[in-house]
Design a protein around this ligand. Structure first.
Ligand code: KG4
Ligand code: ZN
Length: 328
C-alpha cells in the first residue's frame, strides 16, 4: 500500500491505496473553506496552521495500515509554499520512521489521475484542467509525457468565480455559489466581452472579464434591491464561452478523441454541458472525475503514486523539496 498526503492549498487529506489493484482503502479530507470564507480567499499562513492541526489527526487513523506501507507519496508541486511544506515534512518523517521510499507527486498530474481512482488509466487524452490555481489544456500521452498546449496568462477559471463571489459578498469558494446564483439568471443580460476573442493565440485570460463584472456589480449595488443573478449568469456564460471558443480553435488542428475536464471547477455543470456540445460533432468521448474527486484530495495523489511506484519513480529523501510554481 501507499500512503498519500495532499496539502497544496486549503484541503488537508490523506489516502491509502493498494498498489497492485489501485483500490482506495482509506481517504479522509478536512477542508478549510469555512475558515477562509470570511477573507474571500485562502490566507496562506492560516492554511498552514490548519494543516499542522488536521494532518496529524488524519494520520492517526491510518496507523492500522502502517505495517503494510511500501511507500509514502506527497504533493510537492505546485501550490502554496507554506502549505506544501506541511505535507512534505510529514511525508519525510513517515519515510524515515517506517524506512520506506518517498514519492513526490505533481498536483496537476494528480488532478488528471482523479479520472482513474479505482480504475485503469486511459491514454492518450486531451485534458482541460480548471481549478483555483490553473487553467490549462494538456496533451497527455502517459504519466511521463505531458505537453501543455495552452495556459492562462493571468487569473484562472476557478479563481475568477472566487473573485466574482467576493465582489458580491458571497464568501469562498465562489464556484458553487455563483453556479447556484446563475441558475435563475439571464445569461444574455450583460454583454461582457469574451476574453481574447480577436486574438489568434490559444491562451486564456480572466482578469479583463473580472474587471467588467466588477463594474456591473458596482452599478447593480446602486439599486435599492441589488440582484446579482443576471450578472452571475452572464459571467458564467462568458467565462465558459472563452474556454469553448479557444478549444474550438485548437480542435481545428488537433481532432479530440478522448477529452477530459479535471480540477475543482470541472464540477461546474454549465461548463460540462457546453464542452459536451462542443465535442459532439467530433464524436469524442468525454471523461469526468466523480464529483467528490474534482476538488483537491489525496486519493488522486495516491493513484498517481501507484503508477509512479510501478515505474520506480522515487524521490531522494534529501533532494525532495517543494516547488510552489508549476513545472507542467
Ligand atoms: O482543484 P481545486 O480544489 O483547487 C486547486 O487546485 O486550485 O479547485 C478549487 C476551485 C475554486 O476556485 C472553486 O471556486 C472552483 O474550483 N470551483 C468551481 C465550482 N466548484 C469549485 N468553479 C466553478 N463552478 C463550480 N461549480
Ligand atoms: Zn487542485
Amino acid at each position: 500500500m501507499v500512503l498519500s498526503i495532499e496539502s497544496s492549498c486549503d484541503d488537508s487529506a490523506i489516502a491509502i491505496t493498494e498498489i497492485a489493484t489501485n483500490k482506495l482503502l482509506f481517504h479522509k479530507k478536512i477542508s478549510q473553506e469555512i475558515e477562509h470564507s470570511v477573507y474571500g480567499g485562502v490566507v496562506p499562513e492560516l492554511a498552514a496552521r490548519l494543516h499542522a492541526e488536521a494532518l496529524p489527526k488524519i494520520l492517526e487513523q491510518c496507523e492500522p495500515y502502517f505495517k503494510e506501507l511500501k511507500a509514502v507519496a506527497v504533493t510537492s508541486t505546485p501550490g502554496l509554499a507554506v502549505t506544501l511544506v506541511e505535507g512534505v515534512t510529514m511525508a519525510k518523517a513517515i519515510a524515515v520512521a517506517l524506512d520506506i521510499p518517498i514519492i513526490g507527486v505533481n498536483h496537476l498530474i494528480g488532478h488528471i489521475y482523479s479520472l482513474f481512482i479505482e480504475k485503469e488509466t486511459v491514454f492518450p487524452l486531451t485534458v482541460l484542467l480548471v481549478s483555483g490555481g490553473h487553467t490549462q489544456v494538456m496533451e497527455v500521452k502517459n504519466l511521463q509525457e505531458i505537453e501543455t498546449i495552452a495556459k492562462s496568462m493571468d487569473d484562472s477559471f476557478g479563481e475568477s468565480f472566487d473573485k466574482v463571489a467576493k465582489m458580491m459578498g458571497l464568501g469562498y469558494p465562489g464556484g458553487p455559489v455563483i453556479q447556484e446564483l446563475a441558475k435563475n439568471g439571464d445569461r444574455l443580460a450583460h454583454n461582457f466581452t469574451v476574453p481574447l476573442h480577436q486574438s489568434p493565440l490559444i491562451a486564456f485570460s480572466y482578469s479583463g472579464l473580472k474587471n467588467a463584472v466588477r463594474l456591473a456589480v458596482l452599478e447593480e449595488e446602486k439599486k435599492e434591491q441589488p440582484d446579482f443573478q443576471d450578472i452571475a449568469a452572464s459571467f458564467e456564460h462568458i467565462a465558459t464561452k472563452h474556454l469553448t471558443m479557444k478549444l474550438k480553435k485548437y480542435f481545428k488542428t488537433v481532432q479530440p478523441k478522448t477529452f477530459a475536464i479535471v480540477g475543482g471547477a470541472s464540477a461546474n455543470l454549465y461548463l460540462r454541458s457546453q464542452i459536451e456540445a462542443l465535442l459532439k460533432p467530433h464524436n469524442a468521448k468525454l471523461l469526468l472525475s466523480e464529483l467528490k474527486y474534482c476538488s483537491d484530495n489525496a486519493a488522486m495523489i495516491g493513484r498517481v503514486a501507484t503508477d509512479m511506484y510501478k515505474e520506480n519513480m522515487f524521490s531522494s529523501l534529501e533532494e525532495l523539496d517543494i516547488a510552489p510554481r508549476s513545472s507542467l
